[in-house]
Structures are given as structure tokens and as C-alpha cells.
Design a protein around this ligand. Structure first.
Ligand code: HEM
Ligand SMILES: [Cu+2]
Length: 585
């Protein structure tokens, strides 16, 4: 199907490669590295909440020497700001779209590569200036500290707080670079999925992974420009003297009153107009991948394929009209609040359809109890938990009480860690054989899963209780308030669990690194799966397939009566008519 590819040099092949598989794996390595950085920052946050104002062992003397080895309140603010920044912008978004999107899209639709390979390469390389800006920002006054939501005026006026100086400017540049990276990816994914599908790969024969990536790319393309523009406006406020977000007459830190007629609230609107859709950017690809893996590991067709697609599209559409649920307590008109409340609660409907369909897929299936299935099941159950707390918060009267408490932190960790990250763990184990031609150890995978799953729930479930008990998020010392003092032991328990969870990730990294070199070699289709990617060699060569694949049916023909003694039927195999249909009645 394609001419013999010339062999480019080592640098063009592995560093500045335009091959979607190499770029995907580059994204994977980079984001796994960033996962460790983000995890370390989180442990810093947990240390402070468990043992506030105590000398931190080993690291404390290195990092906070002038403060007696203690985390300072400014440093605490920086820690949670950068933890969220790293996890959202350098781990979850790029691992889903950048790593798995890149690796899987061309393979699953039967294409040789992406539509714009050079743009694809740039999308990876724009991550590095972003990482550079974010990391460099630590060097200025201890790092940016306005939270990942960078609300004005804290984030706009350099005199507002120590971290609001040059560190915040660097943060905004970092955000701009990841924004470019994501946008390059989105354009590529949309074009590739629309234009480069193999013969026979109609839209409704595409695996759910592709649907997830496709809908995410569209979401990204519509939502991201708003954030980018808002980011430029804030940069202009900081550097060029505009006052988009700066109100007049404000006195901050005894400095002279600010001049300006801007609106700090406008930032919140623009930010959440991007960042609510962004939470689906952080979820839909994982939903897609889990749907594919669950069908394979249950040896059953995906329950309700089209409803699954339509619910994803509905979630994405509704995602654009719910941003105000982050601002219920900002003084909005109750009628507006009610509108946002209703639209938000509506999202529970398509979410529930998806949940029931995943359970329906597993129901009565021949469940293969391996690392992949376990992580997928965790994805589904943690999504239910996180979704339920979402409905609580969506109700205005409830949210007025729990807004900005640890309840919120519980909610989004159940969704982002409990579901997305477990989905990613599953995807790593599932597609690793295709990436490297070897299997990861299932035993190590299961050990990693059980420790992480137990520790995850011990760390995050109590956050619901803290929130209902009134513990605010983002306070360096909540125990300063007598009504929160009794929460200290629970916080210490959570920190122990978080430390166990952090160390358990070394099992994953070890399994990953070891298996690249010493894992059991595998053939093309170790999971007996139907997707096109399993028809290519493991790992696929440059250009992917040895013959142009032709698609005859959807990817979920598991245990079908027509598949003969195999319980699966690859998309490239012709599907004979069912015996009852051939009778002609
Ligand atoms: C049934 C679906 C969901 C509902 C009803 C829902 C509702 C909400 C509401 C009302 C808030 C704001 C609470 C407050 O700050 O007072 C919120 C916060 C949040 N949600 Fe959800 N949510 C849902 C699903 C999701 C999903 C799927 C994700 C991510 C993949 C997610 C991620 C977040 C994040 C990150 C925040 C906090 C942002 C911050 O303040 O830093 N949510 N959610
Ligand atoms: Cu939201």
C-alpha cells in the first residue's frame, strides 16, 4: 500500500520523529515522568495537612532551610497550585490525547500515520517549553501560588502575594504552550479521523476509543481558544498595563489603590467556559478506551454501542452550558444559578446511560480477571462514586455549604484519579504489547492495582467527610480553627494512605521499564481482540500495516455465533451471514 520507507537517521527516528507511534510513546514517557513530579508535590500537600509546622524529614532541610525545614504557608499554596497544574496540563490531558490518541488513532482506523505528521511532532515538542516555564517558575519567590484556576486579583497584581510576581507570568506562558500543543493535536485528530479511515471503516464501525478521541478533539477545538484568549488578556494586564480583570480602587498589601475598571469575575467565566469542557477532555478518551477494553475482557459485544456514542456527544454538548456551577457562590442571580443547576444535573443522564452500558457489557460475560479488567472495573465504580457527589454539588443549596471544601476535592479526585487514571492504568497494560512487542507482568500489575485501589479509597473517601465537616480546601493550617482540630487524626490517616499509594506507583514504573526489555514476547493479537491495531505487527513498523486493511464490521464481535470456534472476529474478517438469515425468511 505504500512505497518502501526510507530509513531516517537515529535522531529523526527517535527524537524528532514524525511517526505517530514514536510521538505517542514520547508523550507516554514524558507524562509518566510528570506523574511522579505531580505525585511528589501532592505528598508535600499531604505532609502539611498531617503534620503542620513540623520539620519535614530529608527534603525539608533541602527545600526550606531558612524556615527551619518547615513548609511555609506560601510554599503550601505553591504546592497545591503546581500539583494541580502538573497533573492536569502535563499528565492527564497529554497522556490521553498525546500518548494514547497519537498511538491509537491511525492504528485503529487503519491509516499509515496522522494527517499532519510534522504538526504532530510540534505538538509534542511544544510540551517542553511549557514544562520549562512551569519548572522555571519555582525559581521565582517559591513559585506561582494562585491555584490552578488563577483567579484575579491574586493572579493579576504582582504585588498581591509572593507567588504573583514573575512566577505567575511564567505560569501563563507555560499554559499558552500547552494550549498550542493541545490545539495542534486536536486539528490533527479531527482531520485524521474524518479523512483517513480505511475502506469500510464507516463512522459507526469505529471503536469507542476513536469516538472518545474525536469528540474530545472537537471539544478542545471549541473551548481552548477561549482560555488562550483569556490567558493573553491576563498577560496583557500583567505586562502591558491593560485592566481587563483589575477593578479600580482596590488596595492590596498596602500598595496604592489600583487603577482600572475591569471585572475579576469575567476571568472566572472565561476560565470555566474552557475548564468545564476540559474536565471532559480529561475523561471522554478514557471512557472510550475503557469501553473497548471492557468488551474484550468480557468477551461480549459492547452493550449499546450507539447510545454510548450519543451519550458522549450529549455530555460534550451539555458540557458547554454548565460552567456556572463553579460559580454558584460568586453572587450570581438565583435564576441563573437555577439554570446552571438544571443543565448540570442533566449531565447525569447520559453519564448514567454509559455506566449502565458498561455494567451491561460485563453482565454475564466471560470475565478475564486480569490487570486490565480490574482497572476498568475500578474506572466504572469510581466514576459512579464521583458522579454521585457531582450531583450533590450541582444542587445550589447544597453547594453553597460545601463549595470550596474538601468535598469538592473528593469529587474531582474520584473522577480524575479514580476513573481517568485507573482507565489509563488499564490502557497501559492493554496496549503495551502493541507498543513494545512484549507483555507486562500481570502479577505485578495486579499487585499494583490492589494496593493503589485500596490506598486510593483510604486517601480520598474521607475527604467527603472532611468537606461535610466544614474543612476548607487550600488552607495551610485548617487546625488553626478550633472546630476543625478534631479532623487532624483523620488527615494523618489519609496521608499515610497517600504515601503508600505514592510508593505503589514504583511497581507500575518497574513493571513498565522491566517489561520493555524482558517482558514475555507476544504476537500480533495477544488479547484476541477485534480492533485493526491488532492486525499490525507488534510493534508496528513505520507505516503500520503490511497490507491495506479493509473493514467489514464493527469492533465488538466477541462470542458471536458466526465467529466459529474463535470467540472473536477481527474487523478485517468477512462476517458470514447468520444461519437463520441465510434461510431467507
Ligand atoms: C455527573 C457529572 C458531574 C457533575 C454533576 C459535576 C458537578 C460539579 C460541580 C457542581 C462542581 C463545582 C463544585 C464547587 O466548586 O462548588 C464540580 C467541580 C469539579 N468537577 Fe465535576 N461534575 C461532574 C462530573 C465531573 C467530571 C466527569 C469531571 C472530570 C473528568 C469533573 C471534574 C471536576 C473538577 C476538576 C472540579 C473542581 C474544579 C476546581 O474547583 O478546582 N466533574 N463538579
Ligand atoms: Cu464543571
Amino acid at each position: 500500500m505504500h512505497a518502501v520507507h526510507h530509513q531516517p537517521g537515529w535522531i529523526r527516528r527517535y527524537i524528532f520523529s514524525t511517526d505517530h507511534k514514536v510521538i505517542g510513546i514520547q508523550f507516554l514517557f514524558t507524562t509518566l515522568l510528570m506523574l511522579m513530579v505531580g505525585g511528589a508535590l501532592a505528598l508535600g500537600v499531604r505532609w502539611q495537612l498531617a503534620w503542620p509546622w513540623e520539620r519535614m524529614p530529608i527534603l525539608g532541610d533541602m527545600l526550606f532551610r531558612t524556615d527551619g525545614g518547615q513548609i511555609t504557608p506560601e510554599a503550601y499554596t505553591m504546592l497545591f497550585t503546581m500539583h494541580a497544574t502538573v497533573m492536569i496540563f502535563l499528565v492527564v490531558i497529554p497522556i490521553l490525547a498525546g500518548a494514547f490518541g497519537n498511538f491509537l488513532i491511525p492504528l485503529q482506523i487503519g491509516a499509515e500515520d496522522m494527517a499532519f505528521p510534522t504538526l504532530n511532532m510540534l505538538s509534542y515538542w511544544f510540551m517542553w517549553p511549557a514544562i520549562g516555564c512551569f519548572m522555571l517558575s519555582f525559581a521565582y519567590d517559591g513559585g506561582p501560588a494562585a491555584g490552578w484556576t488563577i483567579y484575579p486579583v491574586l493572579a493579576v497584581l504582582p504585588q498581591a502575594a509572593p507567588g504573583s510576581g514573575f512566577a505567575q507570568t511564567l505560569w501563563l506562558f507555560g499554559l499558552t504552550f500547552v494550549g498550542f500543543s493541545s490545539m495542534f493535536g486536536s486539528i490533527n485528530y479531527m482531520t485524521t479521523i474524518i479523512n483517513m479511515r480505511a475502506p469500510g471503516m464507516t463512522l459507526f464501525r469505529m471503536p469507542m476509543t476513536i469516538w472518545g478521541m474525536f469528540i474530545t478533539a472537537i471539544l478542545q477545538a471549541f473551548a481552548l481558544p477561549v482560555l488562550t484568549a483569556a490567558g493573553f488578556m491576563m498577560l496583557a494586564d500583567r505586562m502591558l498595563g491593560t485592566t481587563f480583570f483589575i477593578p479600580g480602587g482596590l488596595v492590596v498589601n498596602n500598595a496604592p489603590a489600583t487603577v482600572g475598571g475591569g471585572q475579576p469575575l469575567m476571568w472566572q467565566h472565561l476560565f470555566w467556559f474552557y475548564s468545564h469542557p476540559a474536565v471532559y477532555i480529561m475523561l471522554l478518551p478514557a471512557m472510550g478506551m475503557v469501553s473497548d477494553m471492557l468488551a474484550c475482557m468480557s468477551r461480549k459485544p459492547l452493550f449499546g454501542y450507539k447510545p454510548m456514542i450519543f451519550s458522549m456527544a450529549t455530555i460534550a454538548g451539555l458540557g458547554f452550558i454548565v460552567w456556572g456551577h463553579h460559580m454558584f457562590t460568586s453572587g450570581m442571580n438565583p435564576i441563573v444559578g437555577m439554570t446552571f443547576m438544571v443543565s448540570t444535573i442533566l449531565i447525569a443522564l447520559p453519564s448514567a446511560i454509559k455506566t449502565f452500558n458498561w455494567i451491561g457489557t460485563m453482565w454475564g460475560g466471560k470475565l478475564q480477571f486480569n490487570t486490565v479488567l480490574l482497572n476498568c472495573a475500578a474506572f466504572v465504580s469510581m466514576f459512579i462514586t464521583g458522579g454521585l457527589s457531582g450531583i450533590f454539588m450541582a444542587a445550589v443549596p447544597v453547594d453553597v455549604y460545601i463549595h470550596d471544601t474538601y468535598f469538592i476535592v473528593a469529587h474531582f479526585h474520584y473522577i480524575l484519579f479514580g476513573s481517568t487514571l485507573f482507565g489509563i492504568f488499564a490502557a497501559i497494560h492493554f496496549w503495551f504489547p502493541k507498543m513494545f512487542g512484549r507483555m507486562m507482568s500481570d502479577r505485578l500489575g495486579q499487585i499494583h492495582f490492589f494496593i493503589t485501589f485500596a490506598a486510593f479509597n483510604c486517601t480520598f473517601f474521607p475527604m467527603h467527610l472532611l468537606g461535610i465537616g466544614g474543612m476548607p480546601r487550600r488552607y495551610a493550617d485548617p487546625y488553626h480553627f478550633p472546630y476543625l482540630e478534631h479532623l487532624l487524626p483523620l488527615n494523618q490517616f489519609m496521608t499515610y494512605a497517600a504515601i503508600v499509594m505514592g510508593f505503589a506507583q514504583f511497581i507500575l514504573l518497574f513493571n513498565f521499564g522491566w517489561s520493555i526489555f524482558f517482558g514475555k514476547k507476544c504476537g500480533r493479537n495477544p488479547w484476541n481482540s477485534n480492533g485493526l491495531e491488532w492486525q499490525a505487527p507488534s510493534p508496528p513498523p513505520h507505516g503500520n500495516f503490511d497490507v491495506q486493511p479493509v473493514v467489514y464490521h464493527g469492533p465488538y464481535e466477541y462470542s458471536s455465533p458466526v465467529s466459529g470456534e474463535n470467540d472473536f472476529l477481527p474487523q478485517t474478517e468477512y462476517m458470514p451471514r447468520r444461519p437463520d438469515q441465510s434461510q431467507g425468511h
